[in-house]
Ligand binder design. Sequence first.
Ligand code: AMP
Ligand code: MG
Length: 403
Amino acid sequence: MTNYEEARRIILEKVAPAGVERVLLLEAVGRVLAEDFAAPKDMPRWDNSAMDGFAVRSADCSPGVILKVTDYIPAGVSSDDMVAPGCAARIMTGAPIPPGADAVVPIEETEAGAETVKLLHQVRKNDHIRFKGEDVACGEPVVAKGTVIGPPQVSLLASFSAMLVPVYRKVRVAILSTGDELVEVGTEPKDSQIVNSNTLAVAAAVKQCGADPVILGIARDNKESHLALLSEGLKADVLVTSAGVSAGDRDLVREVLAELGVVEQFWKPGIKPGGPTAFALKGKVPVFSLPGNPVSTMITFEEFARPAILRMMGHEKPFRRTVRGYLKEGAKKKAGKLNFLRVHVTIEDGRHIASTSGDQNTGILKTMLRCNALALLPADRTEFKAGEEVDLHILDQTLEMEA
Ligand code: AMP
Ligand code: MG
């Protein structure tokens, strides 16, 4: 039997970035840069003033000196006129330093006359000048392939006027729920019917990966319906199904996938919740067959499908941050499977303390609401004492910042 660690390794071995596209800079936010970006020019492109003030020859300057103002250089203008000895050019922030000048005196450190300026303080060569290439030199590798694009990367790329940037493309994730008992959201369920919440839960998780959900609807518990919708799903980049993956006689997902030429890589990866999860491949298309219980669906998506989708979109670190933390309460389990405990982690004295986020029965959906991490209870163990150290998969980014 494939265990949890092997299962995750198999998945990442079998998926690769789906492709590269050039998108408008703003569309690239949250996406992964697919090529190194080297500066095409120096930045700044010329020596320029860091302050509103006066461009001067530092050798002329001492406190109390009065210089003649012979030029005015606002931002967006450049002047070729030499600043002559005893003279100064009024200059605005960002404007190119005129020839002859080697320092800028901020306006606050002067007293202006009609056509003169009096200096109040000492001036040193290079004061308040931003030099050509001091931020980024031409050719410097500034944003590496694999970087997730955020505001600083957008700012830098935009400053070089890069309009389109190469990023790994988004993947389309087809989502199929299965079961005769299901009715769609918005329909009042009768008798023993159940509302199909999994489709939207998986779609929400797909969106959080930055990928595009493609909703296929509900396959009924017969082969025709499964064949039609599963083959539709295989046209996407990734297929995620829910329910119908156990060993019951109405559980048709694995059987029909096999008929469609999908090759199973593992089934039952030794975990709880999520025991009957299956992973298969049709060519490059990974197929995640997740159990139908909504808690199991979410946890198995999180642990198996999410890393694959992120890797397919170029993320170099597709796994959640794992930290060692401490159980607030003791726990018991059966030997044989790795258990995911839904926990609420707080940071106390720099330590991650994990307390249960509610009833751990897989039927209790509510326990997911306060859950900001999954605690991993190893397969071979049965009893855990309060205070024991365990691995935590941190689901909540705000917690990463507290740490
Ligand atoms: P199964 O994996 O088919 O045995 O389903 C396990 C449990 O999950 C059953 O109680 C189902 O009714 C429930 N379930 C299956 N599919 C969904 C779904 N799409 N949305 C919500 N619950 C579901
Ligand atoms: Mg079923």
